[in-house]
Write a protein that binds this ligand. Structure first.
Ligand code: KG4
Ligand code: ZN
Length: 356
């Protein structure tokens, strides 16, 4: 069996996974550093890279044991080479390259965004389930991956918000992206303003469940007019101006602010995705990245796509936030196309998904 072992160390999660030639996941593990970085209110690059060094080797051993394999059974070693934090990316790529050299097997550098982009096809289902309250890191059962079909894809993570036209694997066209903050970044920064812990997205999601999404009418920047760019910094400013007017001794205030902020972000994401699908005459839309765990986003996407007769494929919650399974899956798709990376390939913190 052709198997690929992949590593993901682009930010604050150290992750390793093994998949077969089709991308079916045989083992996947994540060592999360969220607890460590919470103390600082965000990711500290130096701390992240030191922790990757500690975790990466045990993770490789664990996924090999989970898949009942040895290094000799691995056909290629892959790692995220960008975008991300340079000092973090270096740990995963160095490890994967070293393993490739030692085992005399090919190395594959994977774009983190391509990992997210293709992750909805790992499902073997619709991926329609709501996100787990505890998106814990656990070894996953293997699922038969779907065939990758043309679609309009929304990637919503902590660092990126992008709309991409996917024609086939490795044939992508950028439709639009954020001009300032990514959607996840907006969630995180607004959560910080509200005194909620890092990462703020899941905290706002939890608070919002008890809140009124129409309590405060926050701006939906650039929502109309067929514009596929995003901007979330205005929302951040609007929340900042709203805060002094609010009475936080009222227990309902925090949930109401969270629900209203979330509704403003979700409205823009859903409307632009639907409009982009129409513009590019696609009947399938896919959504991935950490923010795709958001309960209200999943709910609204299902509603709107149902009304518009669009087929919706969502990344499973465990494949939405950073993980190595999606990197292994993307590597398997590229490996099938004959892709191999030279060992000289460097990490690139700003690696683009699409080169003009
Ligand atoms: O994809 P990801 O793990 O990392 C990047 O590649 O950036 O995304 C992390 C982002 C964070 O901003 C986090 O707050 C957000 O995803 N996120 C959420 C939820 N779960 C994670 N945002 C809103 N609602 C959630 N349930
Ligand atoms: Zn990511």
């Amino acid at each position: 069996m052709t198997c690929i072992l992949a590593l993901e160390t682009s930010c604050d999660e150290t992750a390793a996974a093994i998949c077969d030639a089709d991308g079916a996941i045989l083992a996947s593990r994540i060592a999360s550093q969220a607890e460590i970085h919470r103390r600082y209110g965000g990711v500290v690059p130096e701390v992240a890279s030191r922790n990757h060094i500690v975790h990466v080797r045990p993770l490789v051993e664990q996924v090999l044991a989970d898949a009942r394999m040895t290094l000799r059974d691995v056909a290629a070693f892959a790692a995220t080479s960008g975008p991300g934090l340079a000092s973090s990316l270096l740990i995963g790529t160095s490890m994967a390259k070293a393993l490739a050299v030692a085992e005399r097997k090919p190395f594959l550098a994977v774009n983190h965004m391509e990992g997210h982009l293709l992750s909805p096809f790992m499902n073997g289902g619709t991926g329609m389930g709501a996100a787990d309250d505890e998106a814990e890191c656990r070894p996953e059962a293997s699922a038969t991956p779907d065939t990758i079909r043309p679609n309009v894809s929304l990637i919503v993570s902590g660092g990126h918000t992008m709309l991409v036209l996917v024609r086939r694997v490795a044939d992508y066209q950028l439709i639009g992206r954020t001009r300032d903050d990514a959607a996840g970044e907006a969630f995180d920064k607004i959560a910080k303003m509200l005194g909620l812990p890092y990462p703020g997205g899941p905290e706002i999601d939890k608070q919002a469940r008890e809140g009124d999404p129409h309590a405060i009418d926050f701006p939906r920047t650039m929502m109309a007019g067929g514009n596929f760019e995003f901007s979330f910094s205005g929302l951040k400013t609007a929340v900042l101006y709203e805060l002094p007017k609010l009475d936080f001794t009222r227990p309902q205030t925090l949930p109401d602010v969270c629900a209203s902020v979330q509704e403003a972000i979700v409205d823009v994401l859903v409307e632009k995705l639907v409009a982009a699908a129409r513009r590019h005459r696609q009947t399938l839309v896919t959504v991935s990245g950490g923010v795709s765990c958001n309960r209200r986003l999943r709910e609204k996407l299902a509603e709107r796509c149902g009304c518009e007769c669009l087929q919706l494929l969502l990344a499973r919650p465990e494949h939405s936030t950073d993980n190595a399974a999606m990197i292994a899956f993307a590597a398997a798709q590229r490996f099938k196309l004959g892709s191999r990376s030279p060992l000289e390939v460097d990490v690139d913190p700003n690696l683009p998904l699409v080169t003009a």
